[in-house]
Design a protein around this ligand. Sequence first.
Ligand code: FAD
Length: 147
Amino acid sequence: MSLYRVIYKSVVTVPPVPWELISSILAKSAENNKNLQITGILLASETEFFQVLEGEQEPLNMLYHHIVKDERHADLFLISYDLIEKRDFSKWSMRGVGLNDLGGDFTSFLKEKYGTRAGQLVFPTDRFQAFALLYDVVVYLGKNSPD
Ligand code: FAD
């Protein structure tokens, strides 16, 4: 079966997003995504989400449309929807990363590179910048928190 990848960003409805909320999303995702064979990563600043979802087309579309309706975020911006050869996040049904909980130097580096609004990192909408951000985060995680 063909694999697809969705990348989008959205705005947190009631900022600052507490880690408990991210944690409850991740708990639900661990359960649902495993059944749907969806993998990915969810980045969160205090004000925005940025998510990658990978999987087969039908479950992926279904989950994306489900997530769009979630009132805990709004203004979803679809960055890319691509046919992919293989998963990049195969080991995570949904890895959550709170960007303000990473090392201060790394968070400052991301803010300088991708820009800020009201002191918070602004996730890119440009697809190449989005891939660059993912690369930066994944390399950082590999060095600092392997799983
Ligand atoms: P229910 O759990 O019955 O929830 C229905 C609605 O109630 C939700 O859409 C939400 O608006 C609200 N709600 C639910 N729990 C809470 C809460 N603790 N506090 C406040 N409001 C709440 N789900 C996945 O399965 N996989 C994912 O990868 C995934 N990624 C997500 C990424 C983001 C940025 C967000 C905001 C949500 C994500 N979700 C994900 C959650 C998803 O939107 C649904 O809430 C989840 O799939 C449960 O669906 P349900 O029909 O059982 O809804």
